[in-house]
Design a protein around this ligand. Structure first.
Ligand SMILES: NC(=O)c1ccc[n+]([C@@H]2O[C@H](COP(=O)([O-])OP(=O)(O)OC[C@H]3O[C@@H](n4cnc5c(N)ncnc54)[C@H](OP(=O)(O)O)[C@@H]3O)[C@@H](O)[C@H]2O)c1
Length: 332
């Protein structure tokens, strides 16, 4: 690990954005709340949209090509295209010597993620999947609370979300973009199960496909080293995105939407009820981004919160779930 006076230790971190869409807008909003950062540049394949984004967020440079962005002075890129292109852009950015924060899911499958991690290692750059829930104040407070007032070993996680309100042209409906509820919604649920229950042992999935060939609804049962999870994802039913963590001495409800958490209720076996409430600011992407920047400044190449092994385990769980339903993406 470099010493505190290493060149990166005090630096302002200049970000470039690849894929200026909805998630990127939320990232840009959040970045304004992260000290010592600068949204320096954006590249989008549609110049009009990229220029409009740059104007909206006061981004000084809009590059005409990705290569121009990657040879510019930005230190890091945030990749927010659809999952079908995450691997390509991650690998190009890492090879261009940029640190990479990539939206979830970091890749279409485990093999692609392994390739990304190998390039990150070869070029000695930080790679982190953007997995925001554990950085929210509520999630951190819940972890602390369960340390001091425990409910015992969590052995069951239930989480799910299904959104039938998405417009017909929403990217999750298209297999060629890496769509489907499992890749769209499932990464957060995979994270929650792995975070509380540990290593993945097996995955059983039931579900149905849309006419276009992505998973329209899925129920995923997983076994982990410390218990079981029941997860669901969907694009054609409407459900409530809360989560349950169950243990011998109590259970926790993280209220909807649990992946942007603000409220949790802990029910204890002795009938006590503890309510936690922690609002978030600046849209909530700011917390994971602040963590990423801290890693850059400390010269680290992997997040201890979202380690590469965790991203690989998430990719494995999601890949097993969707392939069990017959969802295959072009080129797989
Ligand atoms: N963390 C969160 O809370 C959160 C929330 C929403 C989404 N996400 C994730 O963010 C990612 C993007 O989702 P979104 O809803 O922001 O999508 P979006 O609004 O459609 O934005 C996607 C952006 O990527 C560009 N793009 C797509 N494919 C590309 C390609 N092959 N080459 C170059 N540019 C490409 C699009 O360009 P065009 O405009 O030209 O199509 C657009 O600028 C997904 O991985 C999603 O899972 C995360």
């Amino acid at each position: 690990m470099p010493s505190a006076d290493a060149p990166e230790a005090q630096q302002e971190i200049r970000f470039g954005i690849i894929g200026p869409g909805r998630a990127a807008a939320r990232f840009a909003h959040g970045l304004g709340a992260v000290a010592g950062t600068n949204l320096a540049a954006v590249w989008g394949r549609n110049p009009e949209k990229a220029n409009a984004f740059a104007q909206r967020f006061n981004v000084p440079e809009t590059f005409a090509s990705l290569d121009d962005l990657l040879t510019s002075g930005v230190d890091a890129v945030y990749i927010a295209t659809h999952p079908d292109s995450h691997a390509e852009f991650c690998m190009r950015a890492l090879a261009g010597h940029k640190h990479v924060l990539c939206e979830k899911p970091a890749a279409l499958n485990e093999r692609q993620l392994e390739q990304i991690l190998s390039i990150a290692q070869r070029h000695d750059r930080l790679f982190m999947e953007a997995m925001k829930p554990p950085f929210f104040p509520l999630y951190q407070r819940l972890r602390e609370h369960l340390q001091t007032d425990p409910i015992g070993q969590i052995g069951f996680v239930r989480a799910g979300h299904s959104d039938s309100s998405l417009a017909a042209d929403y990217p999750l409906h298209f297999p060629e973009l890496g769509g489907g509820g499992i890749l769209g919604i499932g990464p957060y649920e995979a994270f929650l199960a792995l975070d509380w229950l540990g290593a993945l042992k097996q995955v059983h999935t039931l579900g149905r496909l849309s006419p276009a060939g992505v998973d329209a609804f899925a129920v995923i049962h997983t076994e982990h080293e410390r218990g079981f999870a029941q997860l669901h994802t969907g694009l054609d039913l409407l459900s409530h995105g809360d989560a349950l963590l169950s243990a011998p001495l109590g259970y926790v409800l993280i209220h909807a939407n649990w992946w942007n958490p603000t409220r949790a209720t802990i029910h204890y076996l002795d009938r006590r009820i503890v309510e936690l409430h922690e609002p978030f600011t600046a849209g909530g992407f700011n917390y994971e981004t602040a963590h990423f920047c801290d890693l850059v400044r400390r010269g680290l190449r992997e997040s201890p919160e979202i380690p590469h092994t965790l991203s690989l385990a998430m990719a494995r769980l999601l890949e097993q779930a969707r392939t069990a339903l017959g969802v295959r993406f072009p080129g797989e």
